[in-house]
Design a protein around this ligand. Structure first.
Ligand code: DGP
Ligand code: NA
Ligand code: NA
Length: 217
């Protein structure tokens, strides 16, 4: 008897949210849950500040350098493209990916600046490996700010964060075939972790063999 092996690959989990929503902690927790369940998994985050584009981005975010809005937007996108092949390879090798920010942050932040059009911002990220779900850690900017205040980086200001949250809401409604799951990030860390874990389990069951391309027809 021959078994038709279920085509398996890793799942691409993307966590998105405004600054200080607890995303980084939850990425670590999701990674741990996956590993404890015996699921091969790895963590990733964007911007990846370790590469040469990432170093330019880091200095821009820390406001030690300035850059044209479009130029920095394209650098953020390039920073993701640098990892695109590796993402697909990992998924195909059966390793799930827990990713802290991706193209949706790319558009939400850049399109919150003056004269930056949403579709223009999407263009350079078209064709990136698409996530299997976006887990959006949702919380009001007031709640985020109450968490010890924002840091010193470029976008960590109330007005900007409010616009970014609005942009994320618009992006969640795109008919792009990517499922968004909203999690109330104002709950305790354990509650948030449990919500994310149940979303992750559903996602794992629904993974399709092919890795889709983001924002392409
Ligand atoms: P983090 O290391 O996750 O705190 O992200 C650094 C900051 O950069 C944060 O305010 C979100 C913002 N950001 C992340 N990705 C992009 C992007 O692609 N474009 C722009 N303009 N900002 C981004
Ligand atoms: Na930040
Ligand atoms: Na969608």
């Amino acid at each position: 008897p021959h078994s038709t092996a279920k085509p398996t690959r890793g799942a691409f989990f993307l966590l998105e949210g405004v600054d200080r929503c607890g995303k980084t902690t939850q990425c670590q927790r999701l990674l741990q849950r996956l590993l404890q369940a015996g699921i091969a998994a790895t963590a990733m985050r964007f911007p990846n500040r370790t590469t040469s584009t990432g170093q330019l981005i880091d200095s821009y975010l820390q406001q030690t350098s300035n850059m044209d809005d479009r130029a920095i937007h394209l650098l953020f996108s390039a920073n993701r493209w640098e990892s695109a092949d590796m993402i697909v390879e990992q998924l195909k090798a059966g390793t799930s990916i827990v990713c802290d920010r991706y193209a949706y942050s790319g558009v939400a932040f850049s399109a919150s600046k003056d004269n930056m059009d949403l579709e223009w911002c999407q263009a350079p990220d078209r064709g990136l490996p698409a996530p299997d779900c976006v887990i959006f850690l949702d919380m009001s900017t007031e709640q985020a700010e109450e968490r010890g205040g924002y840091g010193q980086e470029r976008y960590e200001k109330r007005e900007m964060q409010q616009r970014v949250r609005q942009r994320f809401q618009e992006l969640s409604q795109l008919d792009d075939g990517v499922q968004w799951k909203f999690v109330n990030a104002a709950q305790t860390m354990d509650q948030v972790e449990d919500d994310i874990w149940s979303i992750a389990q559903q996602t794992l069951e629904q993974v399709q063999p092919e890795v889709r391309q983001l924002w392409q027809s």
